[in-house]
Design a protein around this ligand. Structure first.
Ligand code: ZN
Length: 256
C-alpha cells in the first residue's frame, strides 16, 4: 500500500519517486503516464523478507523521454515466505539456492510490465538474457506471477495463462521430479502454448484452439521461432520438439 501511495504521488504530483527507483514519465504520451509508471517500476521487495534478501545484481531501467523504459532485471535471494506453496522441505533444491528474478516483459496489452520468476541461482543469467530479447522484440506475455499466487496449483496457473518457472512438483504423468522442481524450467503463455497429448488433446478448455503448430497468434511459440532460438542459445530446449506428447509452453535447461 505504501508503494501504491508513493506511485500515486508520482503520477499526481510528478515528484521524484525517490529511493533511486527510475520513474519514466514520457511527456509526449500523457494518457499513458499512469500505466507506464505503475507498470514499469520494479516490484517492491517483500516487506517480510529475510535480512539477506537484498539485490545481488541489478541493471536498472534507463528512463527515456522518447519511448518505453529499457529492459530491467533484478536478481534477489528469495525468502521462504515468498514460496509458501511451491517449496517445502524435501524438495530437490533448497530455497536458498533459488533466486527471485524481477524483470520487464511486454504485455498482451502492448505495454511494458514487471513480472516475477523464481529459478535456480545457477540459471538467472540465462533467464535475463532471453527475457531481454523478448522485451526488445516486444514479444507478448500474458502475465508473470509466482505459482504461489495459485497455491502452486499447476492447472490453475496454466488456466490463468500465467508464465512461471519454479514449482516443486512431479513431472506430468510421472513420479519423477519435474525440471520445474529444480528451478530449471519455465512455462510461457501456457494457454497459447498448451501441453498436448500424443492423441492431440489438452486438459484446458481455453487452450483447445491452440493445439496445432504452426499457428499464428499473440504469444504463440512455433517450431523454429526466434523465441525457441533465444532459449537454445543459452542451452534451454523446447518441449514443442518432444516426440509423442508436446509441451509447447515448456523450456528447460538441457531438455526434459
Ligand atoms: Zn513446464
Amino acid at each position: 500500500m505504501r508503494r501504491a501511495a508513493a506511485l500515486a504521488l508520482v503520477v499526481l504530483g510528478a515528484v521524484s519517486c525517490g529511493a533511486g527507483q527510475p520513474a519514466s514519465v514520457p511527456d509526449t504520451v500523457p494518457d499513458t503516464v499512469t500505466d507506464t509508471v505503475t507498470d514499469t517500476v520494479p516490484a517492491p521487495a517483500s516487506t517480510t523478507s529475510a535480512p539477506d534478501d537484498q539485490a545481488l545484481e541489478e541493471s536498472p531501467a534507463t528512463p527515456s523521454s522518447t519511448g518505453p523504459p529499457a529492459f530491467s532485471s533484478k536478481v534477489s535471494r528469495v525468502s521462504r515466505d515468498r514460496l509458501p506453496y511451491s517449496w517445502r522441505p524435501g524438495c530437490p533444491v533448497h530455497y536458498r539456492d533459488l533466486r527471485l528474478v524481477t524483470l520487464s516483459y511486454w504485455g498482451f496489452d502492448g505495454k511494458p510490465h514487471t513480472g516475477e520468476l523464481v529459478v535456480r541461482a545457477t540459471v538467472t543469467g540465462d533467464i535475463e538474457k532471453v527475457f531481454k530479447k523478448l522485451y526488445d522484440w516486444r514479444w507478448p506475455i500474458r502475465q508473470m506471477k509466482l505459482v504461489d499466487a495459485y497455491k502452486a496449483d499447476d492447472f490453475d496457473s496454466i488456466d490463468a495463462d500465467n508464465t512461471s518457472a519454479f514449482n516443486c512438483r512431479r513431472a506430468t504423468g510421472s513420479s519423477n521430479w519435474s525440471n520445474h522442481a529444480y528451478g530449471e524450467a519455465i512455462d510461457i503463455n501456457p494457454r497459447e502454448n498448451p501441453y498436448v497429448t500424443a492423441s492431440g488433446s489438452t486438459a484446458h478448455q481455453n487452450a483447445k484452439k491452440f493445439t496445432e503448430r504452426p499457428i499464428s497468434g499473440k504469444g504463440v511459440v512455433n517450431p523454429g521461432d526466434k523465441v525457441v532460438k533465444a532459449f537454445a542459445k543459452v542451452g534451454w530446449e523446447w518441449g514443442g520438439y518432444w516426440s509423442g506428447a508436446k509441451d509447447y509452453q515448456h523450456f528447460s535447461k538441457g531438455g526434459g
